[in-house]
Design a protein around this ligand. Structure first.
Ligand code: FAD
Length: 318
């Protein structure tokens, strides 16, 4: 079922959902199930599965020299979605990226998703690769998320690339896109970024999921500004519980977001990461309660591996 239908059917009740990251290749999928299992009692209508960019790895050769190879360390997004859908009877949403894929390859991924009965696609540009200072579009690929939304919408209309096929037998993907309550790091201003978001919605996006934020006022302002410029689709807040002390350096650095002073001093007051994890849980519970009181359609959690903290939060609020 489409995310928008789940939201409609909930009649104003806030839903619970989360995002997972595929395991590194070579690892067992059972580890992933072990982290999903404890969250299923909270009846998530959908689960997102990320896609990682390709990266360079270095392989030591017999002569001692290092060989550079490009690889995707966490493949399997669409396969994991199918596995989740059929194991748990839940809607699983693959993240589809512009970066690293030609439009042809993207079309093949979308065809797989259609055959597998996946109803939703999260359309994203993707970040720069680790060795790149900024995002470089893949030759023959989509440059911005809006271009990917265009491609998905065309497929929904039965139009394949290069007008090779036009058919009435077509998918009907519900399309999600990313939004940034503290603006995207490359954007020159909040208003400019919001105009880009509006372009994605005008191109056919059906809902927005936000980047993580720790101060709910950023989300409320973002939603207000989005509504003012005519973005009417659901805007789902993304929540990440802080889990280790280092998060207070790396999360602001990677995502260019602010942490409230109260949260910083609570983290600084912790003597180890067990205490930090508890602070993260309590902060996320308060954030979620306030978001729910303000009518957030869904509270969406970034789980990134171990799910015990998400379970502790969900137990308090759902
Ligand atoms: P876009 O919407 O294309 O925007 C990128 C930047 O370009 C913005 O600054 C925007 O203002 C600007 N822009 C947009 N259109 C134009 C235009 N036409 N001309 C000039 N500038 C323009 N990354 C992954 O690699 N894998 C994932 O699975 C993943 N999942 C995510 C899930 C969520 C909910 C979120 C919020 C982010 C996720 N990301 C993921 C990160 C995302 O890929 C990065 O934030 C990326 O840098 C931007 O992606 P986007 O889809 O927002 O890009």
């Amino acid at each position: 079922m489409k995310v928008t239908e789940h939201i409609k059917n909930a009649n104003g009740k806030t839903l619970f959902s989360f995002e997972i990251v595929p395991p590194q290749k070579g690892q067992n999928i059972q580890d992933l199930y072990n982290n999903v299992d404890p969250l299923m009692e909270f009846k998530p209508p959908f689960i997102d599965v990320t896609t990682s960019r390709e990266e360079y790895v270095y392989i030591k050769k017999e002569n001692g020299l290092l060989e550079q190879k490009m690889t995707r360390m966490r493949p399997g997004t669409v396969g994991i979605c199918a596995a989740l859908k059929y194991k748990y009877d839940v809607d699983a949403i693959p993240h589809v990226l512009c970066g690293g894929f030609t439009k042809e390859e993207t079309e093949y991924v979308l065809v797989d998703c259609h055959y597998l009965g996946l109803d939703n696609i999260m359309a994203l540009r993707g970040d720069a690769m680790k060795h790149e200072p900024y995002f470089v579009p893949t030759p023959g690929g989509n440059e911005y998320a809006v271009d990917l939304v265009d491609q998905i919408r065309e497929l929904n209309q039965g139009k394949y690339l290069h007008n090779i096929i036009e058919t009435t037998n077509r998918p009907d993907f519900c399309i999600g896109v990313a939004g940034y309550p503290e603006k995207h790091l490359e954007s020159p201003s909040m208003d400019a970024d919001l105009r880009r978001l509006k372009e994605k919605v005008d191109a056919g996006a059906d809902y927005v999921v936000t980047q993580m934020f720790f101060d709910n006022s950023k989300y409320f302002n973002f939603v207000e500004k989005a509504r003012k410029i005519g973005i009417t689709v659901p805007i789902i807040p993304g929540i990440k519980p802080v889990a280790v002390k280092r998060h207070q350096q790396i999360l602001p650095q990677i995502f260019r977001l602010d942490m409230p002073e109260d949260l910083i001093s609570a983290i600084e007051g912790c003597k180890d990461n067990v205490q930090v994890r508890q602070v993260g849980i309590e902060w996320a519970i308060q954030q979620s309660k306030e978001l729910m009181a303000h009518g957030a359609p869904v509270v969406h959690f970034y789980s990134m591996g171990k799910s015990d903290n998400i379970k502790a939060i969900a137990k308090e609020i759902f």
